[in-house]
Design a protein around this ligand. Structure first.
Ligand SMILES: [Fe+2]
Length: 347
């Protein structure tokens, strides 16, 4: 992947010099001419390196560095403070502000390139290590719950299978693959006693469980390669009618990849044993998906496409009719076994 460098310097001539030097090394270069611009651009750009001139017209470079490092999305991004001064006290302030390096001027182009290359190599290594830690963390969460083994791997492969059947791009399929593996990583903060509780959760435990999408997003936010996966982590418990959490998104505010993951995630949860109920058959699980779609929670068109993929179009139509009937019974106060199962679902 091409390395991307953010150059923050008020002087267009300095930016042009950095640009020609870095472009010659195959880097992408983005320039910002003020501290405010750098703070606005950096979190979404997620550059591999920030070269930050200490003298900016609006905010001192040290303060820009401090604010950038305070944002979890920038935490793994190396920041170099560049200043004409070689003053030791300033170098110490730069470290205190979170800078990964401090360069005094003048620097020869070759010296600058050599240091840039070292920092970019270090960044690649850190990203690889962080990714592997996150995958290990996701596996360790499943290992803690004796009923949840292999859930992430199954959701990942089935989400990709479903995405392929819908003609999604390679990029979206990759997002689904990673999202399936790590979407519940925020459960790391939930105690085992809550995670594996056989009975219903009380309000305090429910509030704790409902934090896991936000915690998961915070864990993965610094990783550039996970940028497209963050909505799957944060929003996989939203509902189409806006009654989900944590953001109350509704309809197509919920990205397509998230709506796909939700369906596969719920399907896998329902067809697996849990501490609070036995596994259900696939047709029963599909009926419940239809019920949930009819209640305004899931994307009905996608549920139908998923059911067709799993059991064929004809069976899918039959299950759809039963699921809609079940949902109407529930709305009319008629007891229904599948609705009862649904109310005991936690994913
Ligand atoms: Fe979840």
């Amino acid at each position: 992947m091409t390395a991307r460098v953010l150059v923050v310097d008020a002087d267009p001539a300095n930016c042009a010099n950095w640009e020609s030097l870095l472009l010659s090394q195959g880097c992408d270069v983005v320039a910002a001419h003020s501290g405010e611009a750098a703070l606005a651009i950096c979190p979404n750009l997620q550059p591999d390196l920030v070269l930050l001139n200490n003298f900016l017209p609006d905010i001192h470079g040290l303060e820009v560095c401090r604010r950038l490092k305070a944002d979890p999305r920038n935490r793994l991004t190396p920041i170099v403070l560049v200043s004409p001064s070689n003053d030791a006290a300033f170098a110490s302030s730069a470290r205190a502000a979170g800078a990964d390096d401090f360069w005094g001027l003048p620097t020869t182009p070759w010296e600058a390139l050599s240091r840039v290359q070292s920092l970019l190599q270090l960044k690649t290594y850190i990203d690889e290590q962080a990714e592997s830690v996150i995958y290990s963390l996701a596996r360790s969460i499943e290992a803690r719950d004796r009923f949840n083994g292999g859930h992430g791997a199954r959701v990942s492969s089935n989400a990709v299978r479903f995405g392929k059947s819908l003609g999604l791009s390679q990029g979206d399929l990759e997002t689904l693959k990673i999202g399936g593996l790590v979407h519940d990583i925020g459960k790391i903060v939930i105690p085992d006693a809550v995670l594996s509780k056989p009975g219903a959760l009380d309000s305090e435990e429910t509030a704790m469980v409902e934090q896991h999408p936000i915690i998961g997003e915070q864990i993965c936010a610094p990783l550039k390669s996970f940028r497209h996966v963050l909505p799957l982590i944060r929003n996989h418990h939203e509902r189409m009618n806006g009654t989900g959490y944590p953001d109350g998104l509704w309809g197509e505010q919920i990205p397509l990849t998230v709506r796909i993951l939700q369906i596969v995630d719920i399907s896998d949860a329902l067809t697996s044993n849990r501490s609070y109920r036995q596994s259900l058959s696939l047709p029963r699980a599909l009926m419940i998906l239809y019920e949930e779609a009819n209640r305004g929670w899931l994307d009905e068109a996608l549920v139908s496409q998923y059911a067709s993929l799993m059991v064929g179009a004809e069976n899918s139509m039959i299950l759809g009719s039963r699921g809609r009937l079940g949902s109407m019974d529930a709305a009319n106060g008629v007891s229904n076994a599948s609705i009862g199962s649904m109310s005991r679902r936690r994913v």
